[in-house]
Design a protein around this ligand. Sequence first.
Ligand code: HEC
Ligand code: CU
Length: 208
Amino acid sequence: MWSFQHPSGRRELSQLHVPAGRVVRLHLTSEDVIHSFYVPAFRLKHDVVPGWLRTAWFRATAPGTYALACAEYCGTEHATMRADVVVMEPHAYDHWLAQGDDPGPPLAAAGRALFHKLDCGACHETHLRRRAPPLEGLYGRPVTLRDGSSVLADDDYLRRSILRPDADIVADYQGGVMPTYAGLVDDDELLLLVAYIRSLADAEGVSP
Ligand code: HEC
Ligand SMILES: [Cu+2]
């Protein structure tokens, strides 16, 4: 099934409410096998792959209900992997977002709490910048790696940096310092950490 969480923290199952006329950015991952996020009316089709965190975006123009399907055969329940995309007038969406039973803390705030709980700041606090690179303003920018190559700090780079720190070593820093968090954080928690690091870029005025 499809499950969603909005930046405000509100969750929903098999339904996705979005505002008309605004860019909606999706951060997609899978718990099991490859799926494909497919909304024929928006001509939007995007693979959803376990072990990857992919982004896609769309802007719906007209309020209404649109079918979301999985376009990648994923098992015996593939045909039931459906959901509705409910496009609302922006003010109605804002109202909807504020309702609902305990939406929980916004994603970035929950991610910040997790960041502190896992003590990432022991190395990443800004004043310690000699131990580990500061994460402010990182998202959406190119990162120079120790081997001289460059990689874009997108969702998937952040995910990889947390699960396999030695996959890409940042220039001027040492490998083997950051422990891996594979097995310590699940997919939902990774999304929260990534949302938090993304919010650190927003704070600097960089649009993700
Ligand atoms: C023991 C110190 C240490 C801890 C704890 C640590 N890191 Fe790191 N981290 C590093 C170092 C050193 C690097 C740079 C070397 C590398 O790329 O592996 C790094 C790199 C990163 C990068 C890539 C940064 C860039 O500029 O491209 C991200 C993202 C990151 N860490 C996130 C985290 C998160 C999230 C946590 C907690 C779950 C965490 N780190 C915990 C030391 C640490
Ligand atoms: Cu499927």
